[in-house]
Design a protein. Structure first.
Length: 208
């Protein structure tokens, strides 16, 4: 019986297509229906979303550091004959995968995720969060319809930095957010699944 249950779980590639918004309409309906009855696959989905988001952030940071190093070397030498070769996308993903997989456990233990609970909406509170720390965030979802929502993190200019689909459980949305490396004002926005045009709720935070 246990083996049959395991075989019925969604395949990893199905979860990845769902996170990357590459699923067809029929598959989206099948996946969302499955989530209603399978908490295990919801948890696996959250892990896939977190990993993909962390990879994107790491790639962005890697590119920024490469550009900064290249500019610094050119300035130091006084001429522009030197250029850092561009990494292929496969090489970049390989480097990021290695960096994520061999991260020291001691560092994670000394720098645990910061617990954040946001219960009121934009304008009523703006808690201060530390930068360069993983965040374990709980958002108040009381009054929202459905069992799934999409959470986006945007900066003060409205630029999207991170996105994840999450389950609504007991009027709470729980998400694991990768490190924010820049100080400033940010917003967590909740959207109904399939509708990314207008948020249904916003929570403001300051990162210092």
């Amino acid at each position: 019986m246990e083996n049959n249950t395991i075989l019925e779980h969604l395949a990893e590639e199905v979860l990845e297509r769902f996170v990357l918004q590459q699923s067809c309409e029929s598959e989206i309906e099948t996946v969302e229906t499955h989530f209603l009855a399978c908490e295990n696959c919801v948890e696996r989905l959250e892990q896939v979303e977190l990993y993909i988001s962390a990879t994107k952030l790491a790639l962005q940071q890697l590119h920024t550091e490469q550009v900064a190093r290249s500019v610094a070397k050119r300035k130091a030498r006084g001429f522009a004959w030197f250029s850092v070769p561009r990494l292929s996308i496969v090489g970049s993903f390989a480097m990021v995968t290695i960096a994520l997989s061999v991260a020291p456990r001691v560092y994670r233990e000394k720098n645990p995720a910061v617990n954040v609970e946001l219960t009121t909406y934009r304008g009523l509170e703006s808690p201060v969060l530390p930068k360069d720390r993983n965040l374990h965030v709980r958002l108040n979802a009381k009054g929202l319809d459905g069992t799934l929502t999409v959470v986006k993190l945007v900066n003060g200019d409205g630029f999207e930095l991170w996105k994840q689909q999450a389950a609504i459980r007991d009027n709470i949305v729980t998400i694991e957010v990768p490190q924010i490396h820049s100080t400033g004002d940010y917003l967590f926005r909740l959207y109904a699944p399939g509708n990314s045009a207008e948020s249904v709720r916003e929570f403001s935070v300051d990162v210092e």
